[in-house]
Design a protein around this ligand. Structure first.
Ligand SMILES: [Ca+2]
Length: 217
């Protein structure tokens, strides 16, 4: 695990600092990143596209989590950035959705020895020349259950040297909520070369994410 990977791992500056401290003392239990190749894909089921997916201005791909390889726990275009543990489950959800037939879930009961860590569903967006230097609107739907830390969406931008140059979070959610809509304006820096969109959970609880969008204003 190199320094750049560590930096991209955690969206919140405070949590990032905690993570680096943890790494320094060797408590890190491991990074489990999965990625999938579109060309190997088999469409799992006919997607019942959400309005977010149907919006051609949305630069987030598979934004309603409808498509992916059958039998996989990970939909196309999305990755798991997480602290591997048997009490952590991150999966492609069928039974609890906002739109269509699928969402993604983070379900965690691991307390990591009392250390606060952040687990993420992440999409990396590259080829962003047209939107660099512009203002965009992020929106997404989230449901929570017994969250004792923070559940939130995060959009962070990185330059070509691997430096995080901006970060926004939607409202920090604790406890139990139904499906709620969150929105935040995002200024994309001129020198941004990559945008990371994340659904995150810090601490224990269950959180579901669905129907994300990042569109020009
Ligand atoms: Ca969906």
């Amino acid at each position: 695990m190199n320094g750049e990977t560590m930096k991209k791992w955690v969206p919140l500056a405070l949590v990032a600092a905690i993570v680096l401290v943890i790494a320094a003392v060797g408590v890190v239990v491991g990074l489990n990143v999965s990625s999938l190749n579109d060309k190997e894909a088999i469409v799992a089921e006919a997607a019942s596209d959400s309005s977010a997916i149907a919006d051609e201005k949305n630069i987030i791909k598979n934004s309603g989590f409808e498509n992916g390889p059958e039998g996989s726990s990970t939909p196309y275009e999305w990755e798991k950035y997480c602290w591997s543990d048997h009490d952590l489950a991150m999966y492609w959800e069928r039974s609890e959705v906002h739109g269509g037939k699928r969402s993604v879930c983070i379900s965690n009961t691991e307390t990591y020895g009392g250390t606060e860590v952040c687990n993420n569903w992440v999409q990396k967006i590259t080829g962003i020349n047209k939107v660099a230097g512009t203002k965009m609107q992020f929106t997404g739907w989230m449901k929570t259950e017994n969250v004792d830390g923070i559940a939130t969406f995060c959009v962070d931008c990185w330059d070509s040297q691997g430096n995080q140059i901006s970060i926004i979070n939607t409202e920090h959610i604790k406890g139990t909520t139904g499906w709620m809509h969150y929105s935040k304006t995002v200024d994309i820096p001129k020198n941004a070369s990559e945008i990371l969109v994340r659904g995150t959970l810090t601490g224990t609880g269950n959180v579901w994410f669905d129907d994300l969008a990042l569109v020009p204003i």
